[in-house]
Design a protein around this ligand. Structure first.
Ligand code: FES
Ligand SMILES: [Fe+2]
Length: 357
């Protein structure tokens, strides 16, 4: 990869300087990074999103890695190409509940396993069909019903082991997809600024007055692992908490939220009501789509505590991130410094990013 810039972030946070502003504002660096996303695993869907469908289009993956894909289920879950092997039309638009997929252009039909089944007006075509006429199958990982896919992905195993150890006791596979919790926001800021903001609780007392009342700010925790960060929100008195089983490393702690970030742009936020997935999808150097998906565990807990009013917290964050984008794009800013006690997550992200790019 021909990099326009190589930067190292000092491993000692007390000596380190933050990411150079070109990472947020230079279109060439942006393109390099975006292309590199093809090497990573990305969240495709929770299996409950299939709910009544045999195939769903994974539009966010197309935006992330320029690869149109569908997730199909015929008893086995697969992520397959959504690109017809005849002349390249997209096969599934949105979702489908049939047991075959038919291309709307000239009627080529595929099984849910991607195999080419039928094609009109192809009598006499030599050497047809072959395996090349089947829809391509992409690798998947299934962790407790959360399905990940990618083009040539690697490197998610440590994050999944970490989450299994910590929150694997939750019945994540049975969480119910709740489409009323879907959100999609396009913001005028670089994707990495959105990740930076997510990775510290430092701004909570300044930016999120409501959330600050639900959390014990002094006890907010940040842990680093290969390819990700976990932040743990500890509840204020009287706020809802997880009923953590004995045997969990957090047994006895008053946890109100587990905030996982996984490189590059996946956020898995576990609350006593369930899971809120945020997908950070870079659209251009200065615009980013933030997609929310919600999976409910305990309906009675909705609307309460740290995971209560997510729309308000989101709009407070977006305002900050958009203004910061204007700041880092100016000639007056290049690099800053980190708070050793409050910004270890941001430092870790910058280290991971500059290691890959
Ligand atoms: S492009 Fe799909 S049948 Fe022709
Ligand atoms: Fe925030």
């Amino acid at each position: 990869m021909a990099l326009t810039l190589t930067t190292t972030i000092d491993p000692d946070i007390r000596k380190a300087h933050t990411l150079p502003s070109s990472y947020y504002s230079d279109p060439e660096i942006f393109s390099e990074i975006k292309l590199g996303f093809r090497k990573f695993w990305h969240f495709a869907a929770h299996k409950d999103q299939l709910n009544g469908n045999s195939a769903i289009e994974l539009e966010h993956l197309e935006k992330l890695i320029d690869e149109p894909m569908v997730m199909t289920d015929d008893g086995e879950i697969r992520c397959i190409s959504n690109v017809c092997t005849h002349r390249g039309m997209l096969v599934v638009d949105g979702h489908c509940s049939k047991n075959t997929l038919q291309c709307p252009y000239h009627g080529r039909t595929f099984g849910l396993d991607g195999s080419m089944r039928a094609m009109p007006e192809f009598e006499g075509v030599e050497g047809f069909p072959t395996g090349k006429d089947d829809l391509r199958i992409f690798p998947i990982l299934n962790w407790n019903g959360l399905i990940f896919s990618g083009i040539e992905p690697s490197g998610l195993e440590t994050s999944l082991e970490e989450m299994e150890r910590r929150v694997g006791w939750m019945p994540i596979e049975t969480f119910e997809y709740d489409a009323t919790r879907n959100r999609s926001y396009d913001i005028n800021a670089n994707w990495a600024l959105y990740v930076d903001n997510y990775l510290e609780g430092f701004h909570i007392p300044f930016v999120h007055k409501g959330l600050n009342r639900a959390l014990d700010y002094d006890d907010y925790r940040t842990e680093l692992f290969e390819g990700g960060v976990l932040q743990i929100g500890i509840a204020s008195e009287g706020e809802p908490i997880f009923n953590i089983p004995e045997g969990s490393p957090d047994f006895g702690l008053r946890v109100s939220a587990y905030y996982y970030w996984i490189f590059p742009g996946l956020m898995l936020n576990f609350y006593p009501w369930g899971l809120s997935v945020n997908l950070v999808v870079p659209l251009s150097v200065d615009s980013t789509r933030i997609i929310y998906r919600g999976f409910v565990w305990d309906r009675k807990m909705l609307g309460k505590g740290a995971g209560g009013d997510l729309d308000k917290v989101e709009s407070e964050d977006q305002e900050i991130v958009e203004a910061t984008h204007r700041g880092v794009s100016s000639t007056s800013y290049n690099r800053g410094r980190y708070s050793p006690t409050k910004e270890s997550g941001v430092h870790h992200f910058h280290r991971v990013l500059t290691k890959h790019f």
